[in-house]
Design a protein around this ligand. Sequence first.
Ligand code: ZN
Length: 333
Amino acid sequence: MTGHTRPAQTEHRPPTEATVKQLYATAFRCGKPECPRPLYRMNNETGETILNSRIAHIHARRQGGPRWNPQMTEADNRSAGNLLPLCIEDAAEVDETPAHYPADLLREWKREQLREYDTIQRAWPITDDQAAEAAEQSFGPQQEAAATAAAAAVAQVARCASRLVETSRQQRRAAADAAAGWQAMRARWAQSLGPFFDPGTGDRLTSDEAQVEPPRRDTEECESALRATLRTAKEAIEPVATDLVAELGAVRVVARALGLRCDQVEQDARSLVSAATQWDLSDPGDGVWHQAVARLEAAVQALGAVWHEEDARSQPPQPTVPQSEATACPPAA
Ligand SMILES: [Zn+2]
């Protein structure tokens, strides 16, 4: 090795206000194709223009940030070519879920935004004060901290929810074994008495059809074994559900638009806890629990997707919680 290798920079200075003015002088609306939001909006009463956008970095300004490119020079990083004015929601979104927004895609958006300016010749020739405001809002520490916190909270909810599903799945195996033991005992008992025939037709009947049940004293041991597994399940699952609810609270604080989706996740998590702490002998496929898992997973996905798809204002789907038909074993006390 000869000469000095300059250590790679891990953070670049923010863009200059001159660059900010240049960006707004060559763009009219959000750089996401099909997003109609203008970069500034008008207050109809006062005629004031109000900042309606943020400037996103195609490659982040800091190591570890979205689409960080260690090869990029500082001059390139803070140049207009690496910067894309977007509406506030889309600016947050491209940084929260950068995997959905690779640099090549954002560069294509950038080209499209400039093409549109060439065509319509509409843009926002802003003042120095407005440029300073846009820079502060786009690159200031508070803005970045809020975006990071929201992303972290949504990711944490997803992790907690999958831990809840996994914990309940593990506990379900023990309950299934106990229930199978109960069923096997019934089958053995029926076999020792059978076969059974319909008194009218003489047709052979199964033990279920013949409605033979072992005497109570024989079922008690099996039933108490099943109850014990459900109590253990409850002890294992409830703390995980509590963690999930706490993380949902964190999302509600940093991303209020996601409140309805958070409510849905919470409701489905509670349904899963309820399903996982009961056992219905007449539901041999454990369908109620499987449905509860599927609903929770869909709700968590919807929470992530809404962050991504930006339709947080739409109503969440109405829950279709089936009435639990658990008859054999009520919730563990
Ligand atoms: Zn937009």
